[in-house]
Design a protein around this ligand. Structure first.
Ligand code: PLP
Length: 379
């Protein structure tokens, strides 16, 4: 880690740690002083295949040498290939590409309104969907919202895993029910299968769409390509971003084929959406996140969870795959700082929750090393 220095004039929207990283390789990062860190943050569930994974690296390089950008008034091969791959994974979907998670949520809100002719959104308390005004409006965390009100009207919040509160929130003007399969930023709180199934029924009964925000849970993060595959409820709409291009900016809205006609030319757009370099990298990510990799994520996650549960400071381990929340009996930021001093990067998801989102490709030995450090710090 570098010593405390004066940094460039960036707006202070982040409480940044005083570390500058210059290189990445697999599950490892190197700082400007040449020190190496084992990375359990993975860019907050972004670098799913690990830093500099050869497949997206080669695809991005190759595409950089061919074509960087054309307008969405035209087609490009990487964008079409990615749409086809994602459609296959979903079981029949049409894609809209953008550049971030928040943009995918904006697209989902607009899509739901256009498809249903209604304006209401039912979202969940404690959720997180992004920082743009629309995405913030459906984010159930008052502390993030209050300074920016008034926000988009028509949003009603229900409680996670409380079907009665969801039923009470849904009405004749509901365009969509929006749910994260696992609330990430809100503290790693999984939606129960029966809650999602009730959300599916409620959406069907009232003619609303069920939208799952898989910006954080998607692309293999939870041990299946989409988290909903393990939960048994198929949504109408899915949002993706973080892990899709292994670190290049991309977001996607996927709409089940039977609803896809609702968007018409002129309804929505993004200049950079579907960028050929990002899409070329993303194609290789989708191809690499195959059954064998997902099985390994599930195996390693089960072992990691078992060992995290045995740590002396552990209150609870929540989550699935490599989206794990370790609730501890002390302040997370102190533990994170101590881990950093020992060369281990760990994230947080709340005051007492460590967020563990390593590359999906992290090895057993690397996980054992990380656990040894966590054990030192949390004993
Ligand atoms: N949705 C979820 C579930 C997220 O976790 C995030 C970011 O953490 C977002 C949306 C917003 O994504 P972005 O930061 O790319 O705008």
């Amino acid at each position: 880690m570098s010593t405390t220095t004066t940094h460039a004039p960036l707006l202070e929207t982040y409480a940044r740690t005083d570390a500058t990283f210059v290189r990445g390789d697999g599950a490892w990062l190197e700082d400007a002083g040449g020190r190496r860190y084992l990375d359990l943050v993975g860019g907050i569930a972004v670098v799913g295949l690990g830093h500099l994974h050869p497949a997206p690296l080669a695809a991005a390089h190759e595409q950089l040498d061919k074509l960087w950008h054309v307008s969405n008034l035209f087609w490009t091969e990487p964008m079409e290939r990615l749409a086809a791959l994602l459609s296959e994974r979903f079981g029949g979907a049409h894609a809209f590409f953008c550049n971030s998670g928040a943009e995918s949520i904006e697209a989902a809100i607009k899509f739901a309104r256009k498809a249903t002719g209604r304006s209401g959104i039912v979202a969940l308390e404690n959720s997180f969907h992004g920082r743009t005004l629309g995405a913030l409006s459906v984010t159930g965390q008052p502390t993030k919202r209050v300074a920016f009100e008034p926000l988009v009207p028509g949003v009603t919040f229900a409680n996670l895993n409380d079907s009665a509160s969801l039923a009470a929130a849904v009405g004749d003007d509901t365009a969509c029910i929006l749910i994260e399969p696992i609330q990430g930023e809100g503290g790693i709180h999984p939606a129960r299968p029966e809650f999602l199934s009730r959300a599916r029924d409620l959406a069907d009964e009232c003619g609303a769409l069920l939208v799952l925000d898989e910006v954080q849970t998607g692309v293999g993060r939870t041990g299946s390509f989409f988290a909903w595959e393990q939960l048994g409820t198929r949504p109408d709409v899915v949002t993706l971003a973080k892990g899709l291009a292994n670190g290049l900016p991309i977001g996607a809205l996927l709409v089940a084929d039977d609803h896809a006609a609702a968007f018409e030319p002129g309804d929505h757009a993004s200049t950079f959406g579907g960028n050929p370099v990002a899409c070329a990298a993303a194609c290789t990510v989708v191809e690499t996140v195959d059954g064998a990799l997902l099985a390994e994520v599930q195996r390693k996650s089960a072992e990691l969870t078992r060992r995290l549960e045995r740590l002396p400071a552990t209150v609870e381990v929540r989550g699935c795959g490599f989206l794990l929340g370790l609730e501890i009996d002390r302040i997370a930021s102190d533990a994170i700082a101590e881990c950093l001093d020992r060369g281990l990067l760990v994230g947080s998801a709340g005051e007492r929750v460590l967020r563990i989102t390593p590359p999906l490709t992290i090895t057993d030995d690397e996980l054992s090393g990380a656990l040894a450090t966590l054990e030192e710090v949390l004993s």
